[in-house]
Design a protein around this ligand. Structure first.
Ligand code: HEM
Length: 248
């Protein structure tokens, strides 16, 4: 998202195309301009950040769409909305972090923050829905709550998502609560740090959910879940800027 008015001012440190060869050269394949096909002949070196970004998005989509495949093909139960909504949350929150990781310029930060807010808002609504469904479903069957490791871990993850979302939206929308915009921005680093920890909680909880007997009866291919989680892990860690993670 380079500024159209003045590309220099954006100071993007890792552009998609190597700046030394920023504009690929094109060859004319025909003498007639109307029939020529422009072909890039210069270097178009992709940086690793783009590859990491693909890993994250594809990994998250692989996980979520596998869950949606399971829930759409299994016999209908009200329960299926739990994994369906939790996977939507997983997809949104993971991509919501991804969009902010490489924002450098002011313009990039503004548009990335808008994406972040939109994705995390959908994620927030999804986690509320997913939690409501599993609690209601268990109440319908008079079952005990939070018995399995996934259930216990899920309760912690759910609570942390609520805290993280409320804290983040307070910093952005009501900075006066923490003493003004400058103080709120100085606290972004804590939100960033806890956000990465929470992302790990979210993925571990979701992985636990896939090992439930009902899920395994529908789809028992652990390698798919591990592959998806591994892709997200490698891609997210690969894009972390360590200087942005210093909290003390
Ligand atoms: C990170 C996202 C998730 C969170 C926060 C979460 C949270 C929870 C919680 C708190 C419970 C227990 C509710 C109770 O005992 O009253 C639960 C149960 C359950 N969840 Fe999830 N869940 C998530 C993702 C998933 C996924 C992706 C699946 C399936 C692929 C799944 C499958 C199940 C199943 C089968 C149960 C019922 C059995 C049990 O209590 O372990 N969950 N979940």
């Amino acid at each position: 998202m380079v500024s159209q008015e003045n590309p220099q001012e954006d100071n993007i440190t890792e552009p998609l195309i190597d700046p030394d060869n920023s504009l690929p050269q094109y060859s004319e394949t025909s003498s007639s301009p109307s029939r020529s096909i422009p072909t890039p002949i210069g270097s178009t070196a992709f940086n690793m950040s783009f590859v990491f970004s693909l890993l994250v998005s594809v990994g998250a989509l692989l996980f979520a769409s596998t869950v949606w495949y399971i829930t759409s093909t299994a016999d209908y139960l009200f329960f299926i909305w739990h994994p369906t909504l939790m996977s939507l949350m997983l997809l949104m929150t993971t991509n919501g972090i991804l969009v902010l990781q490489k924002a450098e310029s002011r313009q990039e930060k503004v548009s990335s923050l808008n994406f972040h807010k939109a994705l995390q808002s959908i994620g927030f609504l999804s986690v509320i829905g997913g939690f409501y469904v599993i609690i209601t479903f268990k109440n319908m069957g008079n079952k005990e709550h939070f018995e399995s490791p996934h259930g216990k871990f899920g309760l912690i993850t759910f609570s942390l998502i609520l805290i993280q979302t409320i804290a983040g939206s307070t910093l952005v929308n009501f900075p006066g609560v923490v003493g003004g915009v400058v103080k709120a921005k100085a606290m972004y680093k804590y939100h960033r740090f806890s956000g990465y920890l929470l992302l790990a909680f979210i993925w571990l909880t979701a992985l636990g959910g896939t090992q439930n007997a009902w899920v395994k009866a529908q789809f028992d291919h652990l390698w798919v879940w591990l592959l998806a989680t591994g892709m997200v892990f490698v891609g997210t860690v690969g894009r972390i800027k360590s200087n942005k993670l210093k909290v003390w």
